[in-house]
Design a protein. Structure first.
Length: 654
């Protein structure tokens, strides 16, 4: 394979070294060369050792004078070719190699790519099995005083860029084989083969603007914005993004790939950069690097190089990004996503046939699902029966979410401490608190996640805070509404500290208050005992809604809505039921559902008999003893024996 001036230089140096060695060693071709040492070899070796004062050879001096002009001419052509756009020249310039380093690399590459040169190297090594360049061969090629071996030694440019590997453990230093990374030979041959040891998370991005940094440090909550800022800051036209490598092979592959491609490297750090990472960045100073992290990296973990702090743009997705992601569809104000969330939601929306709302809901799948119960909103505002003033207050939760982009961004109100929405729904059980949270989630186009406090609270110190952190981190990354049911169990008033349990209970409450303050999403707390909630939490509430027991007119509407239009009914007196029995909406729905099952078993429509039977079951469950005369003119329907499964008694009752 021809390569140009760099292979010509290698050939000339190999030619001179081989011819000089043949004269100096007086070597006769031997098929067992390197496999045995006879008396002739001993005499020759003793004459060659510098310390023995071997006799000078006039033939060597004469041959060297004859060949030196050829070498000088090849060196000049090689130096001129380093300014050309060939791949080898580009690589040498990227690495800022010295003339000697570049010549050594040329020899290594030329030998690697031609078996004929490898046989000459074996001849120079005096070992048919050693076909790779060694420090001993480099001395023969460049002269012992040139220091060519240092070009491949520890800390050298070639070693820092992971283009080669030396393994002194295989034998004496002078015989150490210098192995060129296969990717270098493939790249010089015009094949851009992927590195097998690259971290699986490695990707390429195009530079967004001309940069000026060789080491940028970017911290911000949104990954897309961090990558954009890093891409604008670095010099190279393309960048490799990668999690921090965890093995030597991954580090070598990353540095080598960036070197060959002339790319910058953007490392995505989840935590503090370790000593190995700092050293690799410091050694590979021919590359441009960026360190990105959701939080500021400790100064002690940064490489000892000049670095520039780069501030990413605000995380919120712009109108232009919305139009690009959804081809003009969607409403930015309805779904205030970050740039990272928008990128993920756009892919999910395409998979769902262009449904923007489905794409936004899909953000939560697989993360918060493991920590809370998902409720897919299926009910609307018509299903929520409340006094008009309370219904308006519930609407306020949704409007705060929808319009926070206008208020905080366009109108420049300060989102202190966050742009989140915190609501407290209080009232007796069954008055619609969970339903209201579901309807709010549906109104803003996201899913509702109900947090199970039994899974959240732990008796072990620090575990509750850890579980809370996972919940809020997942919610912020997923854009959902969080519902903490029976929140007074977690947000009870802080007490005086009398023992360790009190102290850690107070710490849990304080931690939850801080996380709620920093949370940018919607959090709904429901409670049957709002007076037990800590005063510091009450101060942070944006919308407080008291859900009362429904009045007569509201009970009548709930009875009507509890019986779907598809359900068969006969002679129902819902006004009588609403007037006589003060029940919550949840209890009324339970009665209607029980009546439907009784009617289905009996094979009849839903009648007053089945409704009264369901009502009796619900009252028993609530522990309320109601005299028979409370059922008025329908009391006779309750005198029929209760039906059993498979019994036709309900037909008679009807």
């Amino acid at each position: 394979m021809t390569g140009g001036a760099w292979t010509d230089l290698a050939d000339v140096r190999l030619q001179r070294a081989a011819l000089l060695a043949r004269i100096a060693w007086d070597r006769v071709p031997d098929p067992l060369a390197g496999l045995r040492i006879d008396d002739h070899d001993v005499d020759r070796l003793l004459a060659e050792l510098p310390g023995t004062g071997g006799d000078a050879c006039p033939e060597l001096d004469s041959l060297n004078r004859l060949l030196s002009p050829m070498v000088e001419e090849a060196e000049q052509a090689f130096a001129a070719a380093l300014d050309c756009p060939t791949r080898f020249a580009v690589l040498a310039r990227r690495m800022r190699l010295t003339p000697l380093d570049a010549q050594v690399l040329a020899v290594l590459c030329a030998v690697e790519m031609d078996p004929r040169r490898q046989r000459l190297v074996a001849y120079l090594n005096d070992d048919v099995s050693q076909r790779r360049v060694t420090p001993f061969v480099l001395d023969q090629l460049f002269g012992a005083t040139a220091g060519a071996a240092a070009a491949v030694g520890p800390g050298s440019r070639l070693e820092q860029a992971a283009l080669l590997r030396t393994d002194a453990a295989t034998g004496p230093w002078a015989s150490t084989p210098i192995t060129l990374a296969p990717a270098v030979a493939w790249w010089l041959a015009g094949v851009d083969a992927p590195e097998p040891h690259l971290h699986p998370g490695t990707a390429r991005i195009e530079r967004l603007a001309e940069g000026h940094c060789d080491l940028a440090v970017v911290a911000g909550p949104d990954r897309v914005r961090r990558l954009e800022a890093a891409g604008r800051a670095l010099r190279p036209p393309t960048c490799l993004t990668s999690p921090v490598p965890t093995t030597v092979q991954e580090w070598d592959a990353l540095v080598r790939t960036a070197t060959l491609e002339g790319a910058g490297v953007i490392l995505e750090c989840d935590g503090e950069l370790d000593m190995v990472g700092r050293n690799r960045i410091q050694m590979a100073d021919h590359l441009s690097w960026a360190l990105t992290s959701p939080h500021d990296l400790p100064l002690s973990s940064l490489p000892r190089r000049h670095w520039v702090a780069v501030v990413p743009a605000p995380a919120a997705a712009t109108d232009a990004e919305w139009r690009t992601a959804f081809k003009g569809a969607g409403r930015r104000t309805r779904h205030p996503l970050t740039a990272e969330q928008l990128e993920l939601a756009a892919g999910a929306a395409r998979a769902a046939g262009g449904d923007v709302a489905a794409g936004v809901r899909r953000l939560a799948a697989g993360r918060i699902d493991q920590l809370a119960s998902r409720i897919r909103p299926s009910r609307s505002w018509d299903d929520l029966v409340l006094p008009p003033d309370r219904l308006t207050q519930v609407h306020e939760v949704a409007l705060r979410y929808r319009h926070r982009g206008v208020v905080y961004d366009a109108w420049d109100f300060k989102a202190v401490p966050s742009a989140g929405v915190l609501a407290l729904f209080s009232g007796p059980s069954g008055t619609g608190k969970t339903m209201a949270a579901e309807i709010v989630a549906g109104a803003v186009g996201v899913d509702l996640y109900k947090v199970d406090l039994s899974q959240l609270v732990s008796k072990y110190i620090g575990e509750t805070e850890k579980n809370l952190a996972e919940i809020f981190d997942a919610a912020e990354a997923s854009n959902v509404v969080l519902l903490f049911d029976e929140a007074d169990a977690l947000l009870g008033k802080r007490s005086e500290v009398s023992d360790a349990h009190d102290r850690y209970a107070n710490i849990e409450v304080a931690y939850l208050l801080q996380r709620i303050e920093r949370h940018n999403g919607v959090v709904v707390m429901s409670s049957n005992l709002p007076k037990n909630i800590d005063a510091a939490f009450a101060r942070r509430i944006h919308v407080f809604v008291d859900f009362p027991m429904p009045a007569l007119a509201e009970r009548r509407r709930i009875w009507e809505r509890s019986l779907p239009s598809a359900a068969p009914t006969v002679d129902l007196d819902l006004g009588f039921l609403a007037e006589r029995f003060e029940l919550s909406g949840g209890s009324i729905r339970n009665v209607a559902l029980s009546a439907a099952f009784f009617a289905a078993e009996a094979g009849t429509p839903i009648t007053m008999a089945t409704l009264l039977l369901g009502l009796q079951r619900e009252l028993d469950k609530l522990g309320r003893l109601v005299p028979l005369d409370a059922f008025g003119r329908y009391a006779d329907l309750l005198c029929t024996p209760a039906p059993t499964v498979g019994s036709p008694a309900l037909n008679g009752a009807a």
